[in-house]
Design a protein around this ligand. Structure first.
Ligand code: SAH
Length: 267
């Protein structure tokens, strides 16, 4: 226990020394209990290779490395990557990869646990959804997490929710307050579990599906009919059932969008 707390204290000291406080976008999760819970949510064992995106100073890496066979820690900031190398040299199971998690190829892994850089939540999520893995446990800004897991008809239901559902099952495991980060950010967070489906939910033209979803969600409170007209799909309206056309976009389920996609692709 003292080792753990000591490691986190050292993280905070390093963060101060590096002036991370003034740098936007780098907020470190420094609560030992929450860090440990994140690791537990992923059921890590000594067969697992864990991918960590945006490892920072390694406060989550520390707990991952204790449970997993290996941690692949991706960090864009060279200074931080060097510190990670030093801090985990004796662990022997942490591979630090210096690079942009949106650009580089990932070494093999089977689980993902990360407190991700919030600025790139959306891009990272889409990137991850195309990878294969058993489970991902990710900390997001609360609002993003809520949009990711939202159900049809709710206020947070969005194209992000539909996209996530297409590839995976996602749920919020817990909320975390801004007070457990250093320096304290202006937003709250949430831990999300993402489990990939064996194959995409619908056997349809994926590109078209996302084009339709993206198009109509620009008009989420309009009826599907008006949204389709505004999004440039007017010529397909006659082929779509009246009960769907009358419905507000945000009330349509992913299954409804799949039906609409099939109608459009076959007309
Ligand atoms: N996971 C750590 C740090 C979170 S801060 C913790 O919980 O304490 C986010 C980290 O992601 C920062 O260290 C930042 O340098 C890094 N980062 C930002 N954009 C990145 C990208 N595109 N690829 C890899 N790392 C990135």
């Amino acid at each position: 226990m003292t080792d753990e707390r000591e490691f986190i204290r050292e993280t905070i000291r390093l963060a101060k020394e590096l002036g991370l406080i003034k740098k936007m976008g780098q907020h470190l999760l420094v609560n030992v209990n929450i860090l440990k819970r994140e690791v537990e949510y992923a059921y890590l064992n000594k067969n697992d290779i864990v991918l960590e995106i945006g490892a920072g100073l390694g406060n989550l890496t520390y707990f991952l490395a204790k449970k997993a066979k290996k941690v692949v820690a991706i960090e864009k900031d060279k200074r931080l990557a060097e510190i990670l190398e030093k801090r985990f040299k004796d662990f022997g199971n942490v591979e630090v990869v210096v690079g942009d998690a949106l650009e580089i190829d990932y070494p093999p892994f089977n689980k993902i646990v990360s407190n991700i850089p919030y600025l790139i939540s959306s891009q990272i999520t889409f990137r991850i959804l195309r990878e294969n893995f058993d489970i991902a446990v990710l900390t997001y800004q609360k609002e993003f997490a809520e949009r990711l897991v939202a159900k049809p008809g709710t206020k947070n239901y969005s194209k992000l929710s539909v996209a996530c559902y297409f590839y995976a099952k996602a749920k919020i495991l817990e909320y975390i307050p801004r007070t457990v980060f250093f320096p304290k950010p202006k937003v709250d967070s949430a831990v999300v579990e993402i489990i990939k489906r064996d194959k995409p939910k619908f056997d349809i033209d994926e590109k078209l599906y996302f084009k339709i979803v993206k198009g109509v969600f620009s008009y989420r409170r309009k009826t599907l009919k008006n949204a389709l007209i505004n999004a440039g799909f007017s010529k397909y309206i006659d082929s779509i059932p009246e009960n769907l056309l009358k419905e507000r976009v945000f009330k349509l389920s992913p299954e409804d969008f799949a039906k609409i996609c099939e109608i459009i692709s076959s007309s």
